[in-house]
Write a protein that binds this ligand. Structure first.
Ligand code: B12
Length: 471
């Protein structure tokens, strides 16, 4: 098993590894950012029965297609399992399976990994199981080709004419109290800990249910309480031994929209541009075709607006997890990474609140409960490149440059634009009270061409990054 080249996430894969090992399978885990040749050479040398690939972000899907093509080229017959947050059965059926003659199977979660592997290996069940999967994936492809419920796309020009409207004459714009870039080093984890949203933590451990209710769940409650106590005990130790170092950098800048682009003024005469994508599906009456650029005053209004960017990261998780791994303590190794991920997300949430209340200061009166914060009942958003409102991961390059994120807080980008350390989050700040986390959905070739041109890239390059959103 391996997380593919350019990707760094491995909690899901590690959980699968543990579950398989508990069922007496021998697992060779090659770790993260593993190139195709290393995966396939190891598979051959070790004569493995099954190969498993994992990926968190969309660029990894392409890499998985590449691995499947390589396996075909080399005439391999080993079944290929596909998993990870960004993968799906439909993508596996439509984009990966057609490239490889031997079985390719999407595995939704760790609990499914054992029945899938055992049926693949069992001589009696294998043929029937493979035939069943093939028929299922063929049906998926046919359903995909004949999708009848596809939203109809409108032209980019029509979508732009239906942009989200703001009365920019009356709309209040708050000038940030502190313009420019600020770096925060060693943010106290005692503060951040109160900002942790524990629900995804339980999901990572395959315990579905909302926190805190899950602690009282009639069947899973006891196990959930144990997990929660152990997580907090480990967090106490991490704090006591200063095993994690949490850093953040953010910047607030004068900005205006130029069409669907966003121009930030870093210093006099020095500007940088972010690019946004516009929803292109036909909307019902009174529903706009949104783009992030709609939430910032257009330059033509003559009004100075503002926006921000941030990046946060948790250092130390990889090293601490490696210590546990060396002691064959997979449970705590996974726990360390799950805690680091939760802290990265908590830091993004805490910093956003600090920015709203103080540094930008448009929400000085805001005093929300933890529940209201988790439900995002505040003004403004912090969309991340890669999330549904802006699926283009390449916007991270501009973001990192503006914030000098690599030097300032030690995060780097892989060739597929995953961030290292893995427990990192970056995004943009918009203060507009109507700004929301919309889903871009499908876009047309006209927007792809327009977007590539605005970014100064070839259409083919942008097609690769935006593939999941292309009609
Ligand atoms: C937790 C989380 C994070 C955490 C942890 C990420 C990390 N360390 O890798 C944090 C907060 C740090 C984070 C950051 C980011 N995230 Co995030 N994140 C998630 C979230 C909410 C859950 C993922 C997760 O950990 N699930 C729990 C684990 C256990 O599940 P899993 O990985 O899916 O694995 C299971 C199965 O997939 C399967 N499996 C996995 N691998 C394998 C392998 C084999 C062989 C098999 C058989 C099975 C298998 O079994 C596993 C166990 O059941 C998802 C949304 C979602 N609901 O999936 C978004 C999501 C993955 N994130 C996303 C994005 C974009 C990002 C960022 C790029 C955002 C940003 N600009 O900051 C960064 C990237 C981080 C980086 N290092 O580059 C997108 C990715 C899609 C895309 N368009 O690329 C998602 C899908 C959100 C979304 N809806 O857009 N993220």
């Amino acid at each position: 098993m391996a997380t593919v080249k350019g990707d760094v996430h491995d909690i899901g894969k590690n959980i699968v590894g543990v579950v398989l090992a508990c069922n007496n399978y021998e697992v060779i885990d090659l770790g993260v950012m593993v190139p195709a040749n290393k995966i396939l050479e190891t598979a051959k040398a070790q004569n493995v029965d099954v190969i498993g690939l994992s990926g968190l972000i969309t660029p990894s899907l392409d890499e998985m297609v590449h691995v499947a093509k390589e396996m075909e080229r080399l005439g391999m017959k080993t079944p290929l399992l596909i998993g990870g947050a960004t993968t799906s059965k439909i993508h596996t059926a439509v984009k990966i399976e057609p490239h490889y003659t031997a079985p390719v199977i999407h595995v939704l979660d760790a609990s499914k990994s054992v029945p899938v592997v055992s049926r693949l290996i069992d001589a009696k069940q294998r043929t029937a199981f493979i035939a069943e999967i093939r028929a299922e994936y063929q049906a998926e492809r046919e359903r995909f080709a004949n999708r009848s419920n596809r939203p109809s796309l409108i032209s980019l020009a029509t979508a732009r004419a239906n942009a989200f409207q703001t009365d920019w004459v009356r709309h209040p714009i708050h000038r940030p109290n502190e313009l420019g870039r600020q770096t925060l080093e060693n943010i106290p984890i005692q503060i951040l800990r109160d900002w942790i949203d524990w629900t995804p933590f339980f999901i990572a451990w395959e315990m579905k249910g909302k926190y805190p209710q899950i602690l009282e769940h009639p069947e899973r409650g006891e196990e959930a309480r144990k997990l929660f106590e152990e997580a907090n005990a480990l967090l106490d130790q991490i704090i006591a031994h200063e095993a994690f170092k949490v850093n953040g950098v953010f910047g607030l800048y004068p900005a205006n929209a130029l069409g669907d682009d966003l121009e930030l003024v870093l210093a006099e005469g020095e500007t940088r541009r972010f690019h946004s994508l516009r929803q292109q599906t036909q909307k019902g009456t009174d529903k706009a075709n949104r783009a992030l650029a709609d939430f910032v005053a257009p330059k033509s209004t003559g009004r100075q607006d503002y926006m921000g960017a941030f990046a946060v990261t948790v250092h130390g998780a990889e090293a601490l997890a490696a210590e546990f791994e060396a002691k064959h303590d997979d449970y705590n190794a996974i726990m360390v990474k799950a805690l680091a991920d939760r802290l990265a997300e908590a830091t993004a949430e805490w910093l956003h609140a600090e920015v709203r209340r103080e540094h930008w200061g448009y929400a000085t009166e805001e005093n929300l409960s933890q529940e209201a914060l988790i439900k995002e009942q505040y003004d403004g958003i912090r969309p991340a490149p890669g999330y549904p409102a802006q699926p283009d991961h390449t916007e991270k390059i501009t973001l990192f440059e503006i914030l000098n994120a690599e030097k300032a807080i030690g995060i780097s980008l892989t060739e597929n634009l995953a961030m290292m350390p893995a427990a990192s989050v970056c995004g943009l700040y918009f203060a507009h009270p109507a700004a929301d986390y919309f889903n871009l959905g499908e876009i047309g070739e006209d927007q792809l061409a327009d977007y590539a041109q605005r970014k100064g890239k070839s259409i083919e390059e942008m097609r690769r990054w935006l593939a999941p959103n292309l009609a």
